[in-house]
Design a binder for this molecule. Structure first.
Ligand SMILES: Nc1ncnc2c1ncn2[C@@H]1O[C@H](COP(=O)(O)OP(=O)(O)OP(=O)(O)O)[C@@H](O)[C@H]1O
Ligand SMILES: [Mg+2]
Length: 548
């Protein structure tokens, strides 16, 4: 067979367009460009996202790193650039620069120089040009004025500038009025989102006090990117013992490939933090889980990666646990790192190892959340005034008549179904607010019962039968509190328990009182058992806000 028939070169147009869709989004694409700057020893990385009045969008990435001469630049622009000498660098596949850029734009230029006195080298890929020629042919256009200015502004006198133009995929939709206020606002949001993303994924590099990585400063449209450490070490507690913080990772044949590092951080409950601190901790449901670092840069934020339940498992009561997991390039294969270096997989053995390793931390995070959340719920007052009003306003309700009360031994004499002069033991409450006279939730019920009949007065006489609800009972915490958004549900449950309490007093006497007490006790403890698997409401249930 003719050897030439076996050579089967890819179709330039089909491939270069196909490679636009490898799963990047704007943030991950930008991070791939910045990884290259870090690998080139940059100390500063400046990004600019611009939109003209006509709606033309440009993204510039400038660094003051090593730069490239014309030959290196040509090699760098190749799909499948030469293997890097330094394996520990953030780059690996020789593709990131091109695939990340083309995922956002149809024209990307690299402008670079190694030394201040050297020439500014420029090369560009233009997808439309490749399509027109059908060849892997770059563009060698001269430097444009805006590129030269951007180089001076963002790189200084040496380094590398990446310029994305014809940005057809920068924003997720097309705007009717290109460059209009709506599109301008979208670009603004994009900048803000990028700043947040960079603040997190490069936090070890951005924090001058973090000695694990080289210090780098970054900005987006002149706004400095400040490090955001998701573990909030000033306030959180790291609970994994030192002896358990290293995991040896082995190949299938038992050969030691390297070690991964793990630490388990429990953040303080949101309600113990000031507003300022809450902003720093950013405790959200989706923020729980693994934070994975490859070569010091974050590649995955949050989620349990299948270790505890499926990928989408986010339990509010686990929201305080964030696990730091770090590894070096030597474990790429063992951890199945993908081309974008944004995903890893734990194999079943590692999965199980992590499950066991983290079970104590998990239990502790769960306990701390629950303990505080219960306090939060007890403190989170529900409005029972609707029931109080309707009881006030309704005539002809059957209830006992109170003849006298004795506050010191908590007894009352009343006229009820059994006749007059019936003496029963009953909690007596004086000086109760008018609005709470019939129904009130309290945290003083010691018996564990959900509700307790009481005799209550706005001053010290004229007592009327009412009910107290137990704020600590599960039914109150899990059901009542969730019903808060629907006033009628609270109203209705209030009336029901009030009606029970009042008819209990109406039918009670010395002989029957213990039986009624028993019934309340059994109902309350059965409800508690029945509600065991219903989770405590989180702050979203309570306040409808985003935090938990
Ligand atoms: N900002 C930069 N400064 C200096 N050299 C750069 C810069 N960006 C890219 N390069 C050079 O271009 C080459 C190709 O970059 P590219 O991102 O395509 O691949 P990579 O970083 O080696 O691997 P990966 O596909 O994992 O990103 C790099 O190996 C590097 O030599
Ligand atoms: Mg790269």
């Amino acid at each position: 067979m003719d050897l030439n028939e076996l050579i089967n070169e890819p179709d330039a147009t089909r491939l270069i367009f196909g490679l636009r869709d490898t799963g990047y989004n704007f943030r991950t694409a930008a991070a791939d460009i910045i990884d290259n700057s870090i690998a080139a020893n940059a100390r500063q990385v400046h990004v600019r996202i611009d939109i003209t009045d006509e709606g033309k969008k440009y993204v510039y990435f400038g660094d003051d790193g090593d730069g490239m001469d014309s030959e290196t630049l040509r090699a760098a622009m190749r799909y499948g650039a030469p293997v890097r000498e330094n394996l520990a660098s953030l780059g690996k596949f020789g593709l990131g620069l091109k695939t990340a850029s083309s995922s956002v734009c149809r024209h990307f230029a690299i402008i670079s120089r190694e030394a201040p006195e050297g020439p500014l080298n420029k090369l560009a890929w233009d997808l439309d040009h490749v399509e027109a020629t059908g060849r892997w042919e770059m563009r060698g256009d001269p430097l444009e004025v805006h590129e030269k200015e951007a180089f001076e502004e963002l790189c200084g006198n040496k380094g590398t500038l990446v310029v994305w133009s014809k940005c057809d995929r920068l924003l997720s939709k097309n705007y009717d009025e290109p460059g209009g206020t709506k599109e301008q606002a979208a670009v603004k949001r994009l900048r803000k989102g990028l700043i947040e993303h960079l603040a997190l994924i490069y936090h070890r590099f951005l924090d001058q006090n973090d000695t694990r990585e080289r210090s780098i400063s970054m900005s987006v449209n002149d706004e400095t990117v400040e490090a955001w450490n998701p573990f909030y070490p000033e306030k959180s507690e790291q609970v994994l013992p030192l002896s358990q913080q290293e995991i040896p990772i082995e190949a299938g044949d038992g050969e030691l490939l390297g070690k991964a590092g793990v630490r388990a951080w429990i953040l303080p409950h949101r309600n113990t933090l000031t507003a300022e601190q809450q902003k720093k901790a950013k405790i959200t449901n989706k923020g729980q889980g693994f934070y994975i670092y490859r070569q010091g840069r974050l590649i995955n934020q949050g989620g349990w990666l299948g270790v505890f339940g499926g990928h989408g498992t986010f339990e509010p009561h686990m929201s305080l646990l964030r696990v730091e997991f770090e590894f070096g390039y030597e474990l790429d294969e063992a951890l199945y790192v993908d081309v974008k270096k944004s995903q890893i997989l734990f194999d079943p053995a590692l999965d199980e190892y992590l499950y066991d390793l983290l079970s104590n931390a998990r239990r502790e995070a769960d306990n701390r959340y629950r303990r505080k959340q219960q306090e939060v719920i007890v403190e989170s007052a529900l409005d029972h005034s609707a029931a109080n009003h309707s009881i006030d306003a309704t005539l002809g309700i059957k209830k006992p008549k109170i003849e006298s009360v004795d506050e010191t031994d908590q007894t009352a004499v009343l006229t009820n179904r059994h006749g007059s002069g019936i003496k029963i033991r009953q909690p007596i409450e004086n000086n109760v607010d008018h609005d709470k006279i019939h129904v009130q939730a309290v945290d003083t019920i010691k018996s564990g019962d959900l509700w307790v009949p009481v005799l209550r007065s706005e001053n010290t006489s004229g007592h009327t039968p009412g009910v107290e609800l137990n704020k600590h009972h599960d039914f109150y915490q899990k059901i009542y509190q969730r019903a808060r958004a629907n006033g009628y549900s609270v109203h209705g449950m209030d009336l029901l328990l009030w009606a029970f309490a009042v008819s209990e007093m109406d039918y009670s006497n010395e002989e029957l009182a213990p039986i009624f007490e028993d019934i309340r006790d059994v109902v309350s403890s059965n409800l508690k058992k029945l509600l065991r698997d219903v989770p405590l409401p989180d702050n979203v249930d309570l306040n409808g806000d985003k935090g938990v």
